[in-house]
Design a protein around this ligand. Structure first.
Ligand code: SF4
Length: 489
């Protein structure tokens, strides 16, 4: 092999072409799958990110909030570039760039210098601090460090600085999101609860969801109901701001005074029971009014449950316009069911998305055959299995918890499916299996605009149905023989 200087590079070990072919075929076999599933000490292409990435998403969801990574600069670049590539928007965040001396002596100096510079340079209304692996391993004490920063005058006494420990060797991005959201709400609502006061508003917690279209869809539904609301961690304008020639470092986000007053809300509704678990656990004991936590409204049944819950909690009837929309979604399901009925799917992703997507697939008569979560719990496994068992279309389905996308590849090569649902990381398995990949997840690096397309609610049902069925029709058109190439499908 010649390199770009024209010099021939001799491989360390010559691999004959026949051996390459043999191994390429072998990794598609049952024998290899068994070995792959026996793998313990290695993760290949996991379908989750580390805690701080989720923390950064939550931090972006508040007005004037500057996400601040206490830890390594390279880690901060990873979270920022992942968000930036997914949304195709800037993800402005800072890092105090701990290096070797910080690892030995602790990161207090880095944090103090970072806070002082960030406050002066970027003029945030709030600095939301979270940690990468390094300060977690050495055990940096953020409580003391931030208190000292205020005492030494690096930041004003009244600047909110919520902070969350987000150790990446535990959990995933959804847990980091939850931890940061909890810290922000605890900080902003501290001392703001007023006995007898009620904002009359509904607090909505969308959970970890990198789909700005979903957040806008929640708002549209609440407005159709006539329910005044506060979305807690509203990323919709932050990561979907208009391009009008002016750069704004903090576009949108939940207003800090609204977040502070959310403690006096009339109703609080958390969506996504897995990515808001800690926050919901705290606010149900601390927030006024009624509280509920329900699954994300994917598919007809879960959207029905969402609207019924809104009606029950607020006393408002379900608007006629939303009932009509439901009818249109059911009509599309009826019109298009033949293109999806009986089709086998491999689905992977975050727990809340998985529960929603599996529910949707079962409703439309598709078969979720391989359901995989690369960071999940026994509870999630049971919940997913119960969902599969509740439908005749789930009978062949199997749940794989704490398995990665290399496991998924073995599954789709040995027990084929018609399509895969997940994020961009699944494109390699989809290509090898020669099936379409539907990008209903996070992150999506290789397609445009999908983060603006709602997947939740009746509108989400219509979007997912149209995307899936039209792709299957495309495949038929592209692969059928001449005499079956029809005008009508
Ligand atoms: S896992 Fe740890 S080292 Fe890796 S990017 Fe996340 S915080 Fe940094």
């Amino acid at each position: 092999m010649a390199n770009n200087l024209g010099l021939t590079v001799k491989p360390v070990t010559e691999t004959p072409e026949s051996e390459v072919k043999r191994v390429a075929a072998w990794i598609n076999t049952e024998e290899y799958k068994e070995k792959n599933f026996a793998r313990q000490a290695l993760v290949i292409n996991p379908a989750h990110a580390c805690q701080p990435l989720g923390a950064e998403l939550a931090a972006h969801g508040f007005e004037g909030s500057l996400p601040f990574v206490h830890g390594s600069q390279g880690c901060a670049s990873y979270y920022r570039s992942t968000l930036n590539r997914h949304f195709r928007e800037p993800a402005p965040a800072v890092s105090d760039a701990m290096t070797e001396d910080g690892a030995v002596f602790g990161g207090q100096n880095n944090l103090h210098e970072g806070l002082e510079n960030s406050y002066k340079l970027y003029k945030p209304k709030m600095i939301s601090v979270f940690t990468s692996c390094m300060p977690e391993i050495i055990g940096d004490d953020l409580t003391a460090f931030i208190k000292n920063a205020r005492l030494k005058g690096f930041v004003p006494e009244d600047l909110p600085i919520p902070y969350a420990n987000t150790p990446s060797f535990n959990g995933s991005h959804i847990h980091g999101y939850d931890a940061m959201l909890l810290a922000i709400l605890q900080t902003l609502t501290n001392g703001k609860k007023v006995e007898g006061r009620c904002t009359g508003k509904l607090n909505l917690l969308p959970g970890f969801d990198a789909n700005t279209g979903n957040i806008r869809e929640y708002k549209r539904i609440l407005e159709a109901f006539g329910i005044p609301y506060t979305v807690l961690a509203d990323i919709s304008d932050v990561f979907d701001s208009p391009n009008d020639g002016t750069y704004r470092p903090y576009p949108g986000g939940t207003k800090l005074e609204d977040a502070a007053d959310s403690v006096n809300g009339k109703v609080t509704l958390a969506l996504g029971t897995y990515s808001t678990a800690k926050t919901y656990g705290w606010l149900k004991d601390n927030y006024s009014g009624k509280h509920a936590s329900i699954p994300m409204p994917f598919g007809i049944a879960k959207t029905d449950a969402f609207l019924l819950k809104l009606s029950e909690l607020t006393g408002k009837p379900i608007p006629a316009a939303l009932k009509e929309e439901r009818g249109r979604a059911v009509d599309l399901m009826t019109d298009a069911h033949q293109y999806i009925h009986g089709k086998k799917f491999a689905v992977y992703g975050d727990p809340d998305y998985l529960l929603g997507l599996v529910s949707f697939l079962l409703e439309v008569g598709a078969k979720p055959t391989h359901v995989l979560c690369s960071k999940g719990t026994k509870k999630l496994e049971k919940e997913l299995q119960a969902l599969l068992d509740s439908s005749p279309f789930g009978k062949e389905g199997k749940v794989y918890i704490n398995k990665d996308l290399w496991h998924l590849r073995s599954l789709v090569m040995t027990e084929p499916v018609d399509a895969i649902i997940g994020d961009t990381h699944g494109k390699f398995a989809a290509r090898d299996a020669k099936v379409p990949l539907f990008r209903f997840g996070f992150p999506i690096f290789d397609r445009v605009n999908l983060h603006r397309e709602p997947l939740i609610g009746y509108q989400g049902v219509m979007n997912m149905m149209a995307t899936i069925c039209n792709k299957f029709i495309d495949v038929t058109d592209e692969t059928c023989d001449e005499r079956h190439f029809e005008m009508m499908r």
